[in-house]
Design a protein around this ligand. Structure first.
Ligand code: ATP
Ligand code: MG
Length: 627
């Protein structure tokens, strides 16, 4: 039977360091003597320690009056147990021991504690009640980068300014798992007070460097983030994506794959490609390890796709295959769209270039409406040639302005521009007006006179109101235009001329040709490049800028302060039909500006007939709306 003896500790101070050393010495002696091991069990919690462990004994903190048990590891050593229990229940008199041996035990134990402190991976700092460092282990040196020699004996905050051990000393409260920065490192620390006999006699900090861990976790976070992004991309692209592992097992297909291939994920994922498509490109790439680009495949279900299939090679090792495919019908649709868009772009560019191409000489003509710009683009193009131009348009639409524009845009611009108003000159005088006469050609022809054609030589002749020319004169003009030479009235010699002809009329020449009032052949000779000027009522959007243009022109002509025009006035103007076109508008503005004394022109300043149209219109609108 194994012997176990109960002992009551009677020593006043309990088992403190020196007594523990004495117990260890005694235990060692007995163990040697009886060739056994001796143990102490504490009654309080049944914890068992070897009787020769100083550290264990001290940390048991056995106090006076406490009961312990002593036993050995063998059944035949009851003397050893008896002797040891007697010693433990005694008075621990120093003379019973060998002092040198006790000192040795205490010394070795201290060294052992230091070794223990240094071998733990966590940093350990112990301070006394004055916050002065008494322990600073190797891990603390490594983590803080401060040597123990430097730290020991100094106040904790002089060494680590963020240390909070003084708080623990002050409050006696422990601080668990506090995160803190020391230099470049992040640490997690526990701080505990050391309490003896109810008094705070110091504090301990143990800490761990978690910088590495923090870096790793932030790396992990960014990898996770990246993975999520990729996942998101894969799920949302329009291309069908399929991935195989190195054994040919399909590991992933994205939603576009389901849509384009018309096959559900569950039907392919985890299946082997050898089973699903043994003769396909993915199988080929898996075997040959070379990529295949732009391969067009017609699927069984009629879809045509174009595929890029690549091996995934990591560190020179085949790791799988990825295929990216697009439905061609989609590409075809896009190609058609591109074609449509480029046709549109081309058209818009042409339209734009029409605007750009208008020569600066036409800047005197105000307006931005499409119909006007188109007419000006034709006129501008015509100015680059010597071709005859026929300008058509109602009275006051700017025919003369355009004729001048053509002349000044052409390379004849430094030569004369001669205007002949065919309707203002009596028929019998028009011939000599155009071709000139020799001295004595008729009564009153006292000296030779040059005609407009000769005056315009190398320049431009503008035959305004050509529709009013009589038929006899039309024939003569036709001859000059055909021959490019003329004879003065009463003269005999022919004179060659180089003149660019621009004609204009507000009359319906086609109707006149039909009725026999205008020569067909002359019409064709003149109508080489027709320019149609739109009436103002067809480009009402231009009215505000034309009005602004004339206000400026007229105010500066009369040296007046610039007047402003009310919005309502413009709406009246836009409602009016303008039979006299821009000329009429110009006259109206001139009249208002000269008659009105106010700074702002109001509807009251408008001539009465301009308002009538608008009121009639509103009246009609009201009637119409009311049925
Ligand atoms: N777009 C315009 N911008 C600025 N002024 C213009 C414009 N159109 C016409 N005008 C002005 O209107 C007036 C009439 O122009 P123009 O004499 O060129 O017209 P027209 O077509 O020849 O008329 P008509 O058939 O009555 O001879 C001129 O004072 C001219 O400066
Ligand atoms: Mg005119």
């Amino acid at each position: 039977m194994r012997k176990e003896i109960q002992v009551k500790i009677t020593y006043k101070k309990g088992i403190h360091t020196r007594v523990a050393a004495m117990i260890v010495q005694k235990c060692q002696d007995l163990m040697r003597k009886y060739q056994c091991k001796l143990f102490i069990k504490r009654d309080r919690d049944n914890s068992v320690i070897p009787g020769n462990s100083m550290l264990a004994l001290v940390s048991m903190k056995i106090v006076e009056g406490e009961t312990i048990h002593v036993f050995s590891d063998s059944d035949h050593t009851s003397e050893a147990v008896d002797e040891f229990s007697r010693f433990l229940g005694g008075a621990f008199l120093l003379e019973q021991c060998n002092l040198d041996e006790i000192d040795n035990i205490i010394q070795n134990n201290t060294l052992a504690s230091e070794k223990v402190f240094d071998s733990i991976v966590n940093g350990l700092i112990v301070v006394d009640h004055n916050n002065v460092i008494s322990v600073f282990n190797k891990a603390a040196e490594r983590i803080t980068g401060i040597g123990a020699k430097e730290a020991l004996g100094k106040e904790a905050n002089d060494i680590i300014d963020t240390s909070k051990l003084y708080e623990v000393l002050k409050t006696g409260r422990e601080q668990i798992a506090f995160k803190q920065k020391i230099g470049n490192s992040t640490i997690v620390t526990n701080r505990t007070p050391i309490i003896a006999d109810g008094k705070i006699i110091g504090a301990v900090a143990t800490f761990q460097d978690i910088s590495e861990l923090e870096n790793l976790s932030s790396e992990l976070r960014s990898v996770q983030d990246l993975q999520q992004r990729f996942q998101h991309i894969l799920e949302n692209v329009d291309d069908a994506i399929c991935m195989l592992d190195k054994h040919g097992t399909i590991t992933y297909v994205n939603p576009a794959h389901e849509r384009i291939m018309k096959i559900q994920q569950e039907e392919v994922v985890n299946k082997n490609i050898g089973e699903i498509s043994p003769a396909g490109i993915r199988m080929q790439v898996l075997k040959e390890k070379t990529p295949q680009f732009g391969r067009i495949i017609r699927k069984g279900n009629g879809t045509e796709i174009i595929a890029n299939v690549s091996p995934i090679i990591i560190d020179g090792e085949m790791n799988g295959v990825v295929s990216v495919s697009k439905e061609i019908t989609e590409i075809k649709r896009l190609a058609e769209k591109i074609e449509e868009l480029s046709a549109k772009t081309k058209y818009l560019q042409e339209e734009l270039s029409k605007k750009h191409e208008i020569n600066k000489s036409f800047d005197i003509i105000v307006g931005k409406s499409g119909v006007l710009l188109e007419a000006l683009a034709v006129a501008s193009k015509a100015s680059e040639t010597d071709a005859t131009v026929l300008i058509r348009g109602e009275s006051g639409t700017g025919k003369e302005l355009v004729a001048k524009g053509i002349h000044y845009a052409s390379n004849r611009k430094n030569k004369p521009f001669i205007r002949v108003n065919c309707s203002a000159i009596p028929h019998n005088l028009l011939e000599s007006e155009l071709f000139g006469y020799e001295k004595g050609a008729f009564t009153g022809a006292v000296k030779q006179k040059l005609g407009k054609f000769e005056l315009a030589d190398e320049g431009t002749i503008f035959l305004d109101e050509i529709g009013d020319m009589d038929k006899e004169m039309q024939a003569k003009l036709l001859r000059v235009l055909q021959e490019r030479e003329l004879e003065r009235v009463g003269g005999t010699k022919t004179i060659p001329i180089s003149v660019r002809v621009i004609a204009a009329t507000n009359r319906n020449l086609e109707e006149m040709v039909e009725q026999g009032a205008f020569r067909n052949d002359l019409y064709y000779r003149l109508n080489v490049i027709p320019v149609m000027l739109p009436p103002l009522r067809q480009r009402k959007g231009d009215i505000p800028i034309i009005v602004e243009h004339f206000i400026e022109k007229i105010c500066s002509k009369y040296g007046m302060q610039k007047k402003r025009i009310g919005k309502e006035v413009l709406s009246y103007m836009e409602a009016y039909g303008w039979p006299g076109n821009v000329r009429e508008l110009e006259n109206v503005i001139e009249r208002i500006l000269t008659l009105s004394r106010e700074e702002i022109i109001t509807v009251r300043d408008l001539p009465a007939y301009i308002g009538v149209d608008k009121e009639e219109k509103s009246f009609r609108e009201i009637m119409f709306v009311n049925g």
